[in-house]
Design a protein around this ligand. Structure first.
Ligand code: PRP
Ligand code: ADE
Ligand code: MG
Length: 177
């Protein structure tokens, strides 16, 4: 079942106290991705949830870098395209940018101005929702680019940080801490 798959994935996620700073409990998706069964279950559950929740999605946006593990994977299964939100200085062409803060720092996110067609229905994917700063910034970028954000999906959510409170669209989480 989906719950059994999620329990299995959760059992493979790495936990690193005091990384990258004292007081942060780092949840490491890459530890789980060493396990082929966890990879398969992650793909199956993500694709199933996105198909069910956002059947009218037209493009999926992934957040650099851990979101990139999932955006192409989901896009190919849904038969839609994908686009990146990247950290400053990596993308060519006309850009839209936004500064943001996250659990352990701050940075600038950028997106190509023409990555999204006006009114296109967009979903956003990332590995983890902590303070919500990254996802909120990505939503802002997609909207500035003219997209209609219909929802987001993350593998993990750190509930105590209440990142969800910053997000004004539907967000689905597979695993909560
Ligand atoms: C991590 C994580 C999320 C973000 C969540 O990314 O992958 O994208 O932080 O934090 P927030 O909800 O507090 O904004 P990070 O910027 O560390 O970079 P990476 O994905 O390139 O490893
Ligand atoms: N990004 C922000 N907070 C994080 C955490 N606690 N673990 C992994 N990635 C994160
Ligand atoms: Mg990230």
């Amino acid at each position: 079942s989906t719950n059994e798959k999620l329990e299995y994935i959760k059992s493979k996620i790495g936990t690193f106290p005091d990384f990258p700073k004292k007081g942060i409990v780092f949840r490491d998706i890459f530890t789980a991705l060493r396990d082929p069964t966890a990879c398969r279950y992650l793909k199956e559950v993500l694709v199933q949830e996105v198909k069910q929740r956002y059947p009218n999605a037209e493009i999926i946006v992934g957040l650099e870098s851990r979101g990139f593990l999932f955006n192409l994977l989901i896009a190919t299964e849904l038969g839609i395209g994908c686009a990146p939100v990247r950290k400053k200085g990596k993308l060519p062409g006309d850009l839209i940018s936004v500064e943001y803060v996250l659990e352990y720092g701050k940075d600038i996110f950028e997106m190509q101005a023409n990555a999204i067609k006006p009114g296109q229905k967009v979903i956003i994917v990332d590995d983890l929702l902590a303070t919500g700063g990254s996802l909120k910034a990505a939503i802002e970028l997609v909207r500035k680019a003219g997209g209609d954000v219909i929802g987001g999906i993350v593998v993990m959510e750190l509930k105590d940080l209440r990142g969800r409170d910053k997000i004004d669209c539907d967000v689905h989480t597979l695993i909560k801490y």
